[in-house]
Design a protein. Sequence first.
Length: 312
Amino acid sequence: MDYIKAFAPATVANVACGFDIFGFAVDEPGDVVELRRREQPGIVITDILGDEGRLPRDPARNAVTVVMLRLLDHLKMPDFGCEVLLHKNMPLGSGMGSSAASAVAGVFALNELLGQPLTRKQLLPFAIEGERIACGSAHADNVGPSLMGGFVVIRSYQPLDVFSIPVPAELYCTLVHPDIEVNTKDARFILRNEVSLKNAISQMGNVAGLIAGLMQEDYALISRSMVDVIIEPVRAILIPEFNEVKQAAMEQGALGCSISGAGPSMFTLSKGKETAERVGQAMKETFALAGIDSVTHVSAINQGGPRVLESW
């Protein structure tokens, strides 16, 4: 194989109560990468489309290529060479796992180009390095679901212990991205280092309830458990009209609504596509009343993760 074009999906991380331990993939948007073998050794970024020139073209500083370099080093392939073209199909700092999608697209495509020497789960430590480059923190709640698909739980980082849980077939996500930007580093900086025992107990109960609700297809339990008493109250101040948009979503039948990743995107979970679309329209209209444009995506939970679009 000399050429491959691959897609990796956007993700929702944290999922309300599951800060840094929950994440799931959506059908769209997502990033696309094209790799083409070349005779000379080394990785070269030929172009990045859709980033308005904001991302580094140095392969050692870009999330899509850093992971590739780590994988080639692991496989002891110093003479391998390829050209990389990245299509950025989601805004930077969107809260939709933009850097994770790039990293996953890159490491997945390279692994496919090389004949799949590693499994997807074995690729995860390499994909995480893309997050370290992009935002300074090597977390897996975006790269995990983007790479593996579905709803992913990160039980531990030392050692890395990641697993997937089933979700109801009728569960739909509404993902709304307002036309503002929240820097992930800033969103982490404002978080408190300590929480009260009362809040910790409440949060643990919601984490357990959400997992049980998803696995048992208990929508009422899912709804009761989508409550974040630790992170959301702090980060909500970074998103204009957050409370109004959340209220509009709940009034239209959403099971729950919270911040996607570090924001500013917001997400909801709903039972059924029709409800999810109605919720999205209400959220979009509420942002518009405040003069904020937004883009809405509705999809079931993406179970496939990255996929090959073309190869030869």
